[in-house]
Design a protein around this ligand. Structure first.
Ligand code: HEM
Ligand SMILES: *[C@@H]1O[C@H](CO)[C@@H](O)[C@H](O)[C@H]1NC(C)=O
Ligand SMILES: *[C@@H]1O[C@H](CO)[C@@H](O)[C@H](O)[C@H]1NC(C)=O
Ligand SMILES: *[C@@H]1O[C@H](CO)[C@@H](O)[C@H](O)[C@H]1NC(C)=O
Ligand SMILES: *[C@@H]1O[C@H](CO)[C@@H](O)[C@H](O)[C@H]1NC(C)=O
Ligand SMILES: *[C@@H]1O[C@H](CO)[C@@H](O)[C@H](O)[C@H]1NC(C)=O
Ligand SMILES: *[C@@H]1O[C@H](CO)[C@@H](O)[C@H](O)[C@H]1NC(C)=O
Ligand SMILES: *[C@@H]1O[C@H](CO)[C@@H](O)[C@H](O)[C@H]1NC(C)=O
Ligand SMILES: *[C@@H]1O[C@H](CO)[C@@H](O)[C@H](O)[C@H]1NC(C)=O
Ligand SMILES: *[C@@H]1O[C@H](CO)[C@@H](O)[C@H](O)[C@H]1NC(C)=O
Length: 539
């Protein structure tokens, strides 16, 4: 088990990877675009911190006594708790999504299913359900009063349930110590990790009717007996209230002592650890940041996690190219980390082309985002020359012959080019606006045209569509786009490959992307954002 030391984003140096790197880019975006512009995939579920999925999106003060934050933190622990340090099996791998695992007595409650309903909207082709669970847990804790937590990506979703092994409240102290030891945690770490988790949420009547009675409170309709008085907020009240004997924690003061597991665990070192947490919020915060990170990084032995994901200082996002006649349309944005809106700032895009030339454009401020409960801001600039004037004002028009090979940015006169390597852009295979509607049938079939740059020579090109396999993992379905027997030139520099696309697939939220392979290396293309309104194909 890897040790993660406490860190602060503010002391980290230069970016850890070079853009573009699709998986790291996607992990970084989910990690650091938490609120505001281009964000929200995670925070929509946890702002405010008392939000509960089943209250609907507009309920600010949940009356259920439940919260998504508590569900997610408990889910992360229960999913991890199957880990066995001796043989490297189990760990945080989203195996708890399988009914066989979630229906075990040790996983009583509906919190796991609740959590996966949210995670399925967060995960994507680059971010597994398990990474989404880890990241959801981190973003939740960070935004609900807790510390920054180091995040690594790369978790792999299990294809079957793990062996049982989650501790239960009626078990004795020795079995809890043994269970945490199997998971890779000492007795002191067990005390700490339980306190770090039980700062959120509580015990529900439905799951534990013998521990928690019906509460009959209109503000707590699911009768959840909370572990501390601030159950949607990360803080050391769980320890303060325990040490001052005012706690209502149902696993401490429950009438049936057999299920008072927190009482046995918290007291198991003579209260030394709990007293230190009650006395020092800083110690509680730093201990939890370390242990939660370790909990989330406890994965099956064969899984290799990435380095800690740190924010890219200058990061392009949503780069899309399409071909229209002799013109390449370029859209996208760039994010400047740790900056706020500043009307005096000038941001310019320079792009290098295939002919040794350079184009340039002044970018327009498009929004501000923030992360870690507002501790970090970022400002965004769009490539759109005239954002108020769609559709033509939304794209930069490039000469298709010259094309584009890479980008650089100049922020208030300072060149940002990733230390000289630039931000590479691939214009070898792009969506072509000669794509057209085949007939008016409903759902309407259409022809997608892909423009392939002469001399680029991909070995294959394919349509990509996101799907899920039988175990719920996100997969990409590929359909080859046939190379035409004779090149069909669309201009002096590109020829067209075509594929007929089923109308049903084009409806709704399914975005196609175009992938291709060059010299045995596979590239995922940018989204095509097909949104209807195609002209009819000429007959
Ligand atoms: C011996 C170890 C543990 C035992 C016996 C235990 C027991 C319990 C029980 C009985 C509940 C009530 C669940 C329900 O009513 O649905 C609960 C809730 C919870 N547990 Fe633990 N727990 C342990 C360790 C942990 C750890 C290590 C964490 C996280 C770091 C954690 C996080 C949570 C959270 C956040 C809730 C609240 C869930 C909600 O309100 O929806 N627990 N725990
Ligand atoms: C963030 O910006 C502030 C103000 O410009 C600066 O003082 C601070 O050092 C920056 N932090 C990082 C991590 O770059
Ligand atoms: C969770 O969902 C699965 C199917 O997704 C279902 O089979 C199972 O019964 C659910 N478990 C609970 C506790 O609701
Ligand atoms: C429920 O909460 C509201 C505030 O959200 C409070 O005014 C009211 O008194 C509470 N009701 C009970 C029964 O505690
Ligand atoms: C206390 O809880 C245990 C475990 O759930 C149960 O076996 C026992 O019957 C309970 N005792 C009483 C007096 O209810
Ligand atoms: C721990 O502290 C609590 C609160 O003061 C007390 O009730 C309990 O007896 C103590 N437990 C041990 C093992 O010292
Ligand atoms: C920007 O592009 C224009 C032509 O569009 C050119 O005249 C100008 O010299 C360029 N400026 C820079 C700094 O490259
Ligand atoms: C982030 O932006 C908000 C709003 O402009 C500002 O109040 C806050 O101080 C900024 N935070 C940082 C760390 O710059
Ligand atoms: C595009 O660039 C090529 C090569 O420099 C040039 O021959 C052509 O005239 C340009 N097209 C337009 C529309 O400017
Ligand atoms: C369109 O549907 C047909 C029949 O269901 C299928 O064989 C074909 O693969 C589909 N095409 C694409 C591009 O998905």
């Amino acid at each position: 088990m890897m040790r993660i030391t406490l860190f602060s984003l503010s002391v980290l140096g230069a970016s850890a990877y070079v853009w573009p790197s699709p998986k790291l880019d996607a992990l970084e975006s989910l990690r650091f675009n938490q609120d505001g512009h281009n964000s929200g995939a995670i925070t929509v579920f946890i702002e405010p911190c008392g939000r509960y999925l089943f209250d609907g999106p507009n309920v600010l003060n949940s009356k259920t006594g439940r919260s998504d934050v508590a569900d997610w933190v408990r889910t992360a622990y229960h999913d991890m708790a199957t880990h066995n340090v001796a043989d490297g099996t189990g760990g945080l791998d989203a195996s708890i999504r399988f009914a066989e695992e979630s229906l075990r007595a040790e996983n009583i409650g509906d919190g796991f299913n609740n959590t996966f309903q949210a995670l399925r909207t967060i995960a994507n082709r680059y971010v597994s359900l398990a990474d989404s669970l880890a990241l959801g847990t981190i973003v939740a804790i960070e935004n609900c009063g807790g510390p920054e937590i180091a995040f690594r990506g790369g978790r792999v979703d299990a294809t079957e349930p793990n062996a049982p092994g989650v501790p239960e409240p009626q078990q004795d102290l020795d079995s809890h110590i043994a269970a945490f030891a199997r998971q890779g945690f000492t007795q002191t770490e067990m005390i700490s990790l339980v306190a770090c988790g039980h700062t959120f949420g509580g015990v529900q009547h439905a799951a534990f009717p013998d521990t928690v009675p019906e509460i009959n409170d209109p503000n707590n309709t699911q009768s959840a007996a909370h572990f501390d008085s601030t159950f949607t907020h990360f803080d050391n009240n769980v320890a303060i209230e325990y040490m001052s004997d005012t706690t209502q924690n149902p696993l401490v003061v429950g009438l049936n002592d057999t299920t008072n597991s927190d009482k046995r665990i918290f007291g198991s070192d003579g209260n030394v650890t709990m007293k230190s947490f009650a006395d020092s919020p800083e110690l509680f915060v730093s201990t939890c940041a370390d242990l939660i990170a370790r909990m989330l990084d406890t994965v099956p032995r064969e899984v290799e996690l990435t380095e800690i994901i740190t924010p890219l200082r200058v990061k392009p996002q949503g780069i899309v190219l399409s071909l229209a006649g002799d013109t390449l349309k370029l859209s996208g944005e760039v994010r400047l980390w740790n900056t706020t809106a500043d009307p005096q700032r000038t941001v310019r895009l320079l792009w290098d082309d295939h002919l040794g030339g350079t184009g340039n454009a002044t970018l327009t401020a498009s929004g501000v985002s923030s992360a870690v409960a507002g501790r970090y801001n970022a400002s965004w600039y769009t490539f759109s020359p005239d954002p108020t004037n769609p559709p033509d004002g939304l794209v930069l028009l490039l000469n298709a012959s010259a094309g584009i090979t890479s980008m650089r940015f100049v922020v208030d006169g300072t060149l940002e080019d990733q230390g000289g390597v630039g931000f590479a852009v691939q214009d070898g295979v792009v969506y072509s606006e000669t794509s057209c509607s085949i007939s008016q049938a409903s759902p309407s079939p259409w022809r997608m045209d892909v423009a392939v740059r002469d001399g680029f020579n991909p070995t294959r090109a394919f349509l990509e569509r996101m799907s899920t396999d039988s175990t719920g993992r996100i997969t990409i379905l590929e359909t080859d786009i046939a190379r035409p027997a004779q090149p069909v030139a669309v201009n002096a520099d590109y020829s067209i490959w075509s594929i007929n696309v089923n109308g049903t697939d084009a409806v709704g939220t399914v975005f196609y992307s175009i992938g291709y392979e060059v010299d045995g290396v596979k590239f995922a293309g940018s989204n095509t954002h097909f949104s209807g309104g195609l002209a009819s194909c000429a007959v």
